[in-house]
Design a binder for this molecule. Structure first.
Ligand SMILES: [Zn+2]
Length: 186
């Protein structure tokens, strides 16, 4: 993990960060294998100040009723920081989900009910954004050790959780999450 500091000066962007043409991939029923370091996902990092670890998996694209669908399977480990004792907290991550990719929010109603709609502005989204969207929904916003963490003891179990030091302000940068909340209200 010692190489993360050099990421922003690296000249080449990793394959998972490249925007993909979802229409073309869904017509070709393409498969894309990936390995994504969590520390390099900006929206995830905004939500969970210290996040490390890696997930790997595959995206399979297909079409369902004129909608491009991405089937995302992934697993790995997210290394978070317990907000009570500030100790390392490893969270196993596993997902097997299908999302309907839409170019604009107006297309939400065209997505078959069994798929969660995800925005792919102008028909483009990167594997990193798909992975990030899933992790934002599944990882705890305030990570805390629990009794089930394989014998790891929270060293400050009686101390209340720390404040989230203003990270709520990032909400305007999360169009997908807002979309998910809009849909929940329907
Ligand atoms: Zn703890």
């Amino acid at each position: 993990m010692g190489t993360l500091d050099t990421y922003y000066t690296r000249p080449m962007s990793p394959p998972w960060s490249k925007p993909l043409d979802v229409d073309r991939l869904s017509e070709a029923e393409a498969d894309i294998d990936f390995a994504v370091p969590l520390a390099e996902l900006p929206r995830l990092r905004a939500q969970l100040a210290d996040v490390a670890g890696e997930v790997h998996g595959r995206v399979h694209f297909r079409r369902v009723a004129s909608i491009a669908v991405a089937e995302l399977t992934l697993n790995g480990t997210a290394r978070l920081v317990c907000q009570r004792c500030l100790g390392a907290l490893d969270v196993g991550v596993e997902a097997d989900t299908s999302v309907g990719l839409i170019a604009a929010e107006a297309d939400v109603n065209r997505v078959p009910e069994e798929f969660e709609p995800v925005l792919a502005p102008e028909g483009r989204i990167s594997v990193g954004e798909l992975v990030e969207e899933e992790l934002l929904l599944t990882l705890p916003i305030v990570p805390l050790h629990t009794d089930t963490d394989g014998g790891v003891t929270c060293v400050a179990a009686d101390v209340p959780p720390l404040a989230t030091d203003g990270r709520e302000e990032d909400k305007t940068q999360r169009p997908f999450e807002q979309l998910a909340e809009l849909l929940k209200r329907k």
